[in-house]
Design a protein around this ligand. Structure first.
Ligand SMILES: [Zn+2]
Length: 298
């Protein structure tokens, strides 16, 4: 069990229990969310060690059901995925100002994003811990996907861009990991980190049922202010933030399900439309945020 006696972000001793929430997804155990009153950072407290956490991940869920099954929700999922893949590709091309380059997708899952980049001319590599997902992305897309322990053998200054789509919140050692990412990037290159936003309208509404607490898999619960504070400790330049507009639909439906709602799909969609509309004017309250960090060019 990992216990924090000081804030993992600012080292203050002013940390206390904010609330408890349940692992609705797999173990149905309760975990504590702690808050630091000095810097406002929220984190999961007393979570399993890295070598004990595997039982809290259901590996079968990594291989997407949507490629093999039919049905309305799978069709919707496939449409949403292809929209998001295109948006992500456009974002990468814009912020790197490159049509082609080298990219590393950390937590590449089944490889759809890395494959999208490869198909538009990029040299795309991935890192994925899950064996089934890794094998699928190699056999299905012919991608080059390494296990996480190989990251230290990657050459320094080798990538124009490194992406982490909803994976950084899972890392036991985010400070060491971010320095490794820094090492792998070329001077002036960018790191793109997508994270749930615990200051979002949907988090405020669903409270302990908010699906993106996802304890004990999510260890760190960032918001734009605390992520900026984190980035200041990394050597990166905090360049910008963007939103991932479709995540709120998935999160709201799942949160309705966790609440025991009678019509989770419908209620989730209706609420998500409201949250998405509200966050058009306040993107810092959006369900998911993409942080763009740049390595200095000298
Ligand atoms: Zn703190």
């Amino acid at each position: 069990m990992v216990h924090h006696s000081v804030c993992p972000l600012c080292s203050s001793e002013k940390i206390s229990l904010q609330f408890k929430c349940n692992d609705f997804f797999i173990s149905h155990k309760d975990f504590a969310i702690f808050k630091c009153s000095a810097c406002d950072f929220l984190f999961t407290q007393d979570y399993p060690e890295e070598n004990e956490i595997a039982e809290f991940y259901k590996s079968d869920n990594y291989i997407s059901h949507s490629d093999t099954s039919e049905g309305f929700s799978n069709k919707l999922y496939r449409i949403a995925r292809s929209i998001m893949l295109r948006k992500k590709k456009e974002l990468i091309r814009k912020i790197t100002a490159l049509k082609k380059g080298t990219i590393l997708d950390i937590g590449s899952g089944t490889g759809y994003f890395a494959d999208t980049m490869k198909n538009s001319g990029w040299l795309a590599k991935g890192i994925e811990i899950n064996e089934k997902a890794r094998k699928f992305s190699i056999s299905h897309f012919g991608l080059e996907i390494a296990t996480p322990d190989k990251i230290s053998s990657f050459e320094a200054n080798g990538f124009d861009c490194i992406t982490l789509w909803h994976v950084f919140e899972h890392f036991h050692d985010p400070f060491n990991y971010i320095s490794e990412i820094y090492r792998l990037l070329k001077p002036g290159a960018v790191c793109v980190i997508a994270l749930p936003n615990c200051k979002s309208y949907d988090a405020e509404h669903y409270k302990e049922y908010w699906a993106a607490w996802d304890v004990p898999r999510h260890l760190w619960h960032f918001n734009p202010a605390t992520f900026r504070l984190f980035s200041e400790k990394t050597g990166f330049i905090f360049e910008d933030l963007r939103v991932l507009p479709l995540d709120v639909f998935y999160i709201s439906q799942l949160s309705e399900k966790y609440k025991g709602s009678s019509m989770p799909f419908l209620k989730g969609i209706i609420n998500a439309i409201v949250f998405a509309a509200m966050s058009v004017f306040k993107k810092r309250r959006s369900s998911s945020i993409i942080y763009i960090l740049r390595k200095s060019s000298d």
